[in-house]
Write a protein that binds this ligand. Structure first.
Ligand code: NAD
Length: 296
């Protein structure tokens, strides 16, 4: 079997176009422009790149982008004061604090100071609890993007066996909750899992979110399974820098029914879902119907 490639880049462009349409409608019919505030503390080069592209895409879909760049030695008090100001600003519907934060800042404290209704990353403890109990919440962007691609490919996921490799709060755990919400039978595998190949071989859906280059070989993949590769790993091969996933793409593509490439799979969906979450937050804040197909 040769796998169908799930084109995350094209799918993300479709999601962004859908968001842009809804934003135009909100402006025209309700005089509202959704706004996303992104807070960056320090000068981590990767974070700077992410924040720049988030800001650019926010503007491209017609939303207002508010960037707050703070010094690396900003005090917790000052950061919390900025978040309190953004929480109270009616023009701001989504707030994202770029992680990781410098070591002297308490990430949990900072994230939990964001108004949960504006927590477009879905990391606030209230949103984690709401997702875990199957209630309306803000859903973390990367797993939401994975879910959208799976739903698009399969229609219903009900009754499918899904394995999520990785148990992080950002990807693995919320991904498992979302799959459970769509009635999959879910296994969460992690660094202490015994016989990972056997666990993966049983899965109709494999979501790999580990951060280890090409650790899942094709012969772990059940014939016809759908493989969602969240991993982004920089490696050097043949003297060149390359991005690879957690799955060995070439061998997995020979057995899978469908697979996301790296790059061009899950990655582009993450920012598209951030924009979708900002739109959802804006609609909720204004008691307007939520956009269809853009939430969990
Ligand atoms: P993390 O380091 O927080 O978690 C990794 C998880 O992998 C842990 O739960 C650990 O138990 C598990 N693990 C480690 N070694 C293992 C092994 N040998 N076998 C099985 N499980 C093992 O990472 P994260 O934040 O969840 O990110 C995972 C990967 O996804 C990284 O490559 C990251 O860059 C990528 N990522 C991509 C996006 C995106 O937009 N595409 C977003 C977030 C993260």
């Amino acid at each position: 079997m040769v796998a169908q490639v799930i084109d995350g880049k094209a799918f993300a462009a479709k999601v962004r176009a859908q968001v842009a349409d809804q934003v135009a409608k909100l402006k025209e019919e309700n005089g509202i422009t959704p706004g996303l505030a992104v807070v960056l503390v320090g000068e981590d080069p990767a974070s700077q790149v992410y924040v720049r592209s988030k800001g650019k895409m926010t503007v491209e879909v017609g939303m207002n982008s508010y960037e707050h760049k703070l010094d690396v030695d900003t005090s917790e008090e000052d950061l919390l004061a900025l978040i309190a100001k953004l929480n109270n600003d009616p023009a701001v519907h989504g707030i994202l604090v770029q992680l990781p934060l410098p070591k002297h800042l308490n990430e949990d404290l900072v994230i939990n100071s964001i108004d949960p209704a504006k927590d477009v990353d879905g990391f606030h403890i209230s949103n984690v609890g709401l997702l875990g109990t199957g209630q309306k919440s803000m859903v973390p962007c990367t797993p939401l993007g994975c879910l959208m691609m799976l739903r698009d490919h399969h229609g219903s996921l009900s009754g499918m066996d899904a394995v999520v490799i990785g148990r992080s709060n950002i990807v693995g755990k919320p991904m498992a909750q979302l799959l459970l919400g769509d009635s999959c039978t879910v296994t969460i595998a992690h660094s202490r899992t015994k016989d990972l190949p056997d666990v993966v071989r049983r899965a109709d859906i494999v979501v790999a979110a580990v951060g280890r280059p090409e650790m899942v070989p094709g012969d772990w993949i059940k014939e016809g399974a759908t493989v969602i590769d969240v991993g982004i790993n920089r490696i050097e091969r043949d003297g060149k820098n390359k991005l690879v996933g957690d799955v060995d793409y070439a061998s997995a593509a020979e057995r899978a029914g469908a697979i996301t490439p790296v790059p061009g799979g899950v990655g582009p969906m993450t920012i598209a879902c951030l924009l979708a979450n900002t739109l959802t937050a804006c609609c909720r804040a204004n008691s307007l119907p939520e956009p269809e197909g853009l939430t969990a």
